[in-house]
Design a protein around this ligand. Structure first.
Ligand code: NAD
Length: 381
């Protein structure tokens, strides 16, 4: 149970974002299109065909643009390591293993999650448009990255969606409510709704209080963490990151106490037990490779109250919510997904700030494939 998380598994988490970019950048920001070109060339050189390399690169850079750096190009090195050890397999496609019309079962065959999910969402769009509702399960996908991307893909086709994700076999770092031992992964959920004349509403979050990566960063920096992020092996709240990595280790808490815990458990049920990808039960650690699994429910507003009502009502709702007075002077009420839209615009304008370690890793990986790019290789300041 106390198995170390494998490097290709995701534990979620984003940088701490404010409406205005505040992340310190050790290097001058990189233009998004340059970064995407570098990542695409790296995956291409690593064995992905042109289409796959482009899809993976685009997903990672879009995660950076959204401000979720934990799911951006920082993953490149880990993905390549997974490729090398055979944990992820290149040039795989979503395989339909079950088809009941509006119930589709997909096997990702351990291909890149970005390709598997994108192809699966395309199928969901086609079916939902005809049948009004599609429930689509994905098992055995490589890391599915930023789950909000899949809600965005469906919303761009006019669909409302719900997504529940688990990680079978590896990446178990979260304690159940009332417990002190690691039993669950960070099990993200996402939901999306198209909005007329504006970007979609996208909820996209881990069900843990914090990403494991943030505890690792704090340990490396010698920092302490806010209380209530995790408990030590004795179940006591701890602020010392070393207590999390001790033997026996600590465990991250679910967000929102028993409520977040309940949602995390249903990620296991929906994404693990129902899809066939398997839950976090320890015997599943015999599963050959780490896998992300996802249950997606996609709904066409036309099949319910109709698009006209849906558009009018969601518009009214957004205006109503945002008309609340801010809790603090100068603050703002944002709807789910609005923060990401704002950060995206800032980063498209100003570039993507990457930390020195990520730049060096990318530089090293690119050099290993004989790839050079001015944005990466020049001494940046
Ligand atoms: P987070 O805590 O930053 O929460 C993000 C959500 O909160 C978004 O919907 C965002 O729009 C909303 N939000 C942020 N600030 C807001 C504000 N001021 N007002 C209103 N809403 C606001 O995200 P997280 O839980 O750290 O997750 C980060 C990423 O990690 C996500 O993209 C998630 O999909 C990903 N993840 C992936 C895996 C995996 O296994 N593939 C696992 C865990 C997490």
């Amino acid at each position: 149970v106390y198995r170390t998380q494998r490097i290709c598994a995701g534990t979620g988490g984003s940088i701490f974002l404010k409406t205005t970019e505040t992340q310190p950048a050790a290097f001058s920001p990189i233009v998004a299109t340059d970064l995407e070109e570098i990542i695409r060339k790296i995956f291409n050189a690593a064995g992905s065909d042109d289409s796959e390399a482009a899809i993976v690169a685009n997903h990672l850079v879009e995660a950076n643009l959204a401000g979720h750096d934990s799911h951006g190009v920082i993953r490149t090195g880990a993905y390549l390591d997974c490729l090398k050890e055979g944990a992820v397999l290149p040039n795989r496609h979503a395989q339909v293993t079950g088809d009941r019309g509006n119930i589709l079962s997909i096997d990702g065959e351990f291909g890149y999650g970005q390709v598997i999910a994108r192809e699966s969402m395309e199928m969901a769009i086609e079916r939902a448009k005809g049948k009004g509702l599609v429930i689509l399960s994905i098992k055995n996908a490589g890391h599915l990255g930023r789950i909000g991307a899949w809600a965005e893909q469906l919303a761009s086709a006019g669909l409302v969606s719900l997504h529940f994700v688990n990680t079978s076999g590896h990446g178990i770092v979260v304690a159940p409510y009332g417990g002190r031992d690691r039993r669950l992964s960070t099990n993200p959920i996402a939901a999306g709704a198209p909005l007329p004349g504006q970007p979609p509403m996208i909820l996209d979050m881990a069900t843990s209080v914090v990403a494991e990566g943030k505890i690792r960063v704090a340990r490396d920096r010698g920092d302490t963490l806010p209380e209530a992020y995790f408990v030590d092996a004795e179940g006591n709240p701890s602020r010392d990151p070393n207590a999390f990595y001790a033997d026996p280790p600590g465990a991250i808490l679910p967000f929102g106490g028993h409520k977040g815990f309940g949602i995390a458990v249903f990620c296991e049920i929906l994404a693990g037990s129902l899809t066939g990808g398997a839950s976090s039960y320890p015997s599943n650690e015999t599963v050959e490779r780490m896998a992300n699994n996802m249950m997606t429910i996609a709904l066409d507003p036309d099949a319910f109250a109709g698009s006209a009502f849906f558009e009018a009502d969601t518009s009214r709702l957004v205006g109503w919510i945002k008309s609340s007075r801010p809790s603090v002077s100068g603050g703002q009420v944002l709807i789910p997904g609005e923060m990401e839209v704002r950060v995206r615009q800032q980063r498209l304008n100003n570039g993507i700030p990457l930390d020195q370690k990520t730049i060096e890793t990318l530089r090293e990986r690119a050099r290993g494939f004989g790839i050079s790019h001015p944005s990466l290789l020049e001494k940046r300041q």
